[in-house]
Ligand binder design. Structure first.
Ligand code: 6PG
Length: 467
């Protein structure tokens, strides 16, 4: 049997689909999975391009040198266990690639551990879910020298956007997983904005799922076009197979989370970046999880939600405008976080390149990303996405509609934290003199922390009024 190009460990839905995608591109894979029979079944399906490996030693033995083992195992302990088991079997120059949603700091630790054995540990962020793995994910490759050797293989299996492969070596160490984590932070915020749009149309206007599906379909055909808007239309259009009722009405209003959105929000704080909407999206999922408490509170305190008596068509038009403007603000927050982490870690992330590889294959792919890629193409050192004239030209005309939506949501008691926080972010970002002088005054009053003055250099204390 000829030696395989790549070893794949973990043949769940994602891993198996990745193997099928690799095989389609004439890349031969040695396959290993702890569940007996799984690798053999998949190898049979891949007809000559897959070879089952009953043990990790068999897997390593089946590979061309330098060997590459791609891990598609759950993030956390399973990655460490795989690395521990593989290291004694590998030699200098071999590589282990982690394609899961690992925490970037874990990736950095594993890079060190493997480097001590001469093995290159690479963290690849993959986005696109099961479909993406099968037909072309967006791949955010992070790590050292082996990325160059592996690039042709992964470029071949990646999604395409405007003729360009959605694959990039984004940076060293944990950079690939950091970029994927921020992708997911943005994903959470965009999903929250969509969920709020749904609730505003449903709770305030009383639109039916079919009517809302039509709205999302119209939006998907315009400037808002993107995978998540299409996904929302599909969710709203799907009937329950048992009852025939709209499935959305039967789904429990409690959102799960596996951690990447929370990690992203926490990274924005670690790097001191204002990204309130990324955090709001996580808070919103946490609030949603309090189902019994919310139901009890509604009984005890009453729901603030009121019906809307105004022009419904105009409201939906405003909502679409607000959603696009808020989407821009969310990307501005995400890219600002990437820029700050890049500067602190010395990663030299190319933000334009990241926007380009997010145009296809990944969950947040949308028309807006082409405009974002163009903005960073014009100026790679943009202080903030909002400062690009073409990007601002998307937000500025929608500003009045956005305020009307947030105002109406507040007035009608419909919680819309992502819409509101994104608007506050943009308002604060373009306010030359903010409220922080009051905070500085209080800090000096109770803690003698000192403050800067607008009229002279240096640090000052004041003898504050006694009452
Ligand atoms: C992707 C997705 C994928 C996964 C998220 C969902 O880019 O393909 O982001 O990674 O769907 O982990 O995360 P939650 O389960 O936390 O919503």
């Amino acid at each position: 049997m000829t030696a395989c190009d790549l070893g794949l460990v973990g043949l769940g839905t994602m891993g198996a689909n990745l193997a099928r995608n690799l095989a389609d591109h004439r890349i031969s894979v040695a396959l290993h999975d702890p569940a007996p029979g799984t690798a053999a079944r998949l190898a049979g399906e891949l007809a000559g391009r897959g070879q089952a490996a009953p043990s990790l030693a068999d897997l390593v033995g089946a590979l061309k040198a330098p060997r590459t083992i791609f891990l598609m195992v759950p993030a956390g302990a399973a990655v460490d266990q795989s690395v521990d088991a593989l290291l004694p079997l590998l030699t200098v120059g071999d590589a282990i690639v982690d394609g899961g949603n690992s925490l970037y700091m874990d990736t950095e630790r594993r890079v060190e551990t493997c480097a001590a054995h001469g093995v290159d540990f690479l963290g690849f962020g993959l986005s696109g879910g099961a479909e993406g793995a099968r037909h072309g994910p967006s791949i955010m490759a992070g790590g050292g020298p082996s990325v160059g050797r592996l690039a042709p293989m992964f470029r071949a299996i990646a999604a395409q956007a405007e003729g360009e492969a959605c694959f990039a070596h984004v940076g060293p160490g944990g950079a690939g997983h950091f970029v994927k984590m921020l992708h997911n932070g943005i994903e959470y915020a965009l999903m929250q904005l969509i969920a709020e749009s749904y609730q505003l149309m449903h709770g305030m206007l009383g639109l039916s799922p079919a009517e809302m599906a039509a709205v999302f379909r119209t939006w998907a055909g315009g400037d808002l076009g993107g995978f998540l808007i299409e996904a929302a239309a599909r969710v709203l259009a799907t009937p329950d197979v048992d009852t025939g009722r709209p499935l959305i009405d039967l789904i429990e209003d409690r959102a799960g989370q596996k951690g990447t959105g929370r990690w992203a929000a926490s990274a924005t704080l670690d790097y001191g970046v204002a990204a309130p909407t990324l955090a709001e999206a996580v808070h919103a999922r946490c609030l949603s999880a309090l189902k019994p408490e919310r139901v009890a509170a509604q009984t005890a305190l009453g729901s603030p939600m009121r019906f809307f008596a105004g022009d419904r068509t105009a409201f939906v038009a405003d909502l679409g405008a607000a959603l696009l403007a808020a989407n821009v603000a969310v990307h501005a927050q995400g890219f600002a976080t990437l820029a700050a982490a890049s500067a602190e870690k010395g990663w030299a992330l190319d933000l334009g390149q990241i926007a380009r590889i997010w145009r296809g294959g990944c969950i947040i792919r949308s028309r807006l990303l082409a405009a974002i890629a163009a903005a960073y193409g014009r100026n790679a050192d943009l202080a903030n996405l909002l400062r690009d004239p073409d990007v601002w030209a998307i937000v500025a005309p929608r500003d009045p509609a956005w305020r009307r939506i947030v105002g109406a949501a507040v007035a009608h008691g419909v919680p819309a934290p992502a819409f509101a926080s994104a608007l506050s972010y943009v308002d604060a970002y373009r306010t030359g003199r903010l409220w922080a002088n009051m905070i500085e005054g209080q800090r000096d009053l109770f803690g003698a922390h000192g403050f800067g003055r607008v009229d002279r250099p240096g640090r000052f204390h004041a003898d504050w009024a006694k009452s």
